[in-house]
Design a protein around this ligand. Structure first.
Ligand code: PLP
Length: 478
């Protein structure tokens, strides 16, 4: 049976798509289209006219253009200055071009021979990140390996990065785990403010919620170093050994930084692996002004850092970074003769460091963004977004109808309308229905708040003032 293989339309189709994307960007930036629109699922499936071309194919040329127009109309627009909902950036276009190159060439580079330039760029960019932390980069020439150095790998997202880092932590305390299974006494010290992927990773690792000891936090949700011995005592009294302590460098709800220096001193004293979740906040390392927020980071054992958050890289690109590469190199111990064996060929296979087998050219996207914006350009972006969140905080604090639970340390700001609690949920729904602003919500100390994440470089304080007016209007209608 023959089937149509007509890929000659590539250049023509790509040209059409580029002009659609350009128009999309303009309509988003100019607010001509809403930041968000949420039709019911069934309606959307019908609007997109998905079913028609599936049997016979042929979605190309004008019909492809029409489909992409329908798709773009329905998107949540991260380029819109009113998009403040989540920790996802309007990606720098250079990174999006990287996604196109990667999608087209498909070089799954966890095996060097499957993507030499992608693998080389990943190692190069992991070293760039390691150096930003203050850790010793990995030698690119095995013959020049000094033995002790840091290591890392890129993963498809921060959740997988947290899991990978905790698997590496387990490989230190329980090196026999792949043959014997988990020792029954493993425990974890974590904060209630950790991203849920930490609890999920603990579950995937087979720890069980009872093995996770919750660390005391202050009113702002930051770990209290003086209370760490109590938590450790409780864990030990329960007959458990801590596999790791997990701290935040940029918590999800409020974007706050745990006091890493004091926590690291405690961990060093007690021989506990310190894992820092810097998925959101590690990008402050690029800025000499903001870097002190992560004081002590170089003493951590592992750090994750999402480029697809504050480094304006398209999804997904997260880094798992370890001060000592050995624990990552022994984290996974599977056999697969068709992939893992000593090869007499150049390069390094990263597949031993990842959950993933097929892995995209994640480093390429990050590289293209950093190379386009420059390290200083990215530092300026992080500083600008942080300053905007702080200006917005000052604005809301000075407004008679708004208040904020904490002054932001990063670009995430929670705020409340009057003394409202769960009515903020309905308020957010009304804002979404209106479409000019897309916010999220978070519970802080048991009370619901509106949450703004300033990811878009075109959002200004004037937008915040407009947002305040809009909130007042919608609140009046509730
Ligand atoms: C602190 C923190 N860690 C981890 C994650 C998970 O990252 P990802 O969404 O890339 O899986 C997030 C996502 O919001 C986060 O805020």
């Amino acid at each position: 049976m023959s089937y149509p293989v007509d890929e000659t339309a590539f250049v023509e189709d790509a040209r059409r798509l580029l002009s659609l994307l350009e128009r999309y960007r303009e309509q988003s930036i100019s607010r001509e289209r809403p930041a968000v629109r949420l039709p019911p699922l069934q309606t959307l499936v019908e609007e997109l006219e998905l079913a028609r071309p599936l049997k016979r194919g042929g979605l190309t040329g004008q019909s492809l253009e029409d489909f992409v127009k329908r798709y773009l109309e329905a998107t949540t627009r991260l380029h819109h200055p009113g998009f403040l909902a989540h920790q996802t950036p309007a990606p720098h276009y250079a990174g999006a071009l990287g996604s196109l190159i990667d999608g087209f060439t498909n070089n799954p580079m966890a095996i060097y021979e499957m993507g030499p330039p992608a693998a080389a760029i990943e190692l190069f960019m992991v070293n760039w990140l390691l150096e930003r932390v203050g850790w010793q980069p990995q030698p690119l020439d095995a013959a020049a390996d000094p033995g002790s150095h840091a290591g890392g790998v890129l993963t498809h997202g921060g959740s997988l990065a947290n899991l990978t880092a905790l698997i590496a932590a387990r490989s230190r305390i329980a090196p026999e785990v792949w043959s014997e299974g988990n020792p029954p006494d493993l425990g974890l010290l974590a904060s209630s403010q950790n991203h849920y992927s930490i609890a999920r990773a603990a579950g995937i690792l087979g720890l069980g919620a009872r093995a996770v000891e919750s660390l005391a936090v202050d009113a702002r949700g930051r770990i209290v170093p003086d209370r760490l011995p109590v938590a450790l005592g409780r864990l030990r009294d329960a007959g458990r050994r801590p596999m790791a302590l997990v701290a935040n460098a940029g918590s999800t709800a409020l974007g706050l930084y745990d006091p890493l220096e004091e926590i690291a001193a405690f961990c060093r004293e007690e021989g506990i692996w310190l894992h820092v979740d810097g998925a959101h906040g590690a990008s402050a390392l690029l800025s000499p002004k903001l870097r002190p927020l992560l004081r002590g980071i170089e003493q951590a054992d592992s750090l994750i850092w999402d480029a697809h958050k504050m480094l304006r890289t398209p999804p997904l690109c997260a880094a798992v970074l370890l001060r000592d590469h050995r624990w990552l190199d022994q984290a996974f111990q599977q056999e697969a003769s068709y992939l893992f064996h000593d090869k007499r060929q150049p390069g390094v296979d990263l597949i031993q460091r990842t959950v993933e087998c097929t892995k995209a050219a994640l480093g390429l996207k990050l590289y293209l963004v950093v190379a386009a914006m420059g390290e200083q350009g990215l530092a300026g972006f992080v500083e600008r977004q942080t300053a905007l969140a702080r200006d917005a905080w000052a604005f809301f604090e000075g407004h008679p109808d708004f208040s904020c639970p904490v002054r932001p340390e990063s670009n995430i700001l929670c705020f409340a309308w009057r003394d409202w609690d769960e009515r903020h949920l309905a308020l957010r729904d009304r804002l979404i229905g209106q479409g000019d602003f897309h916010l999220s919500t978070a519970q802080i100390n048991g009370r619901w708040h509106l949450r703004a994440v300033f990811m878009n470089p075109l959002t200004t304080l004037a937008d915040v003032e407009r947002l305040a007016d809009r909130v007042a209007e919608e609140a009046a209608g509730l």
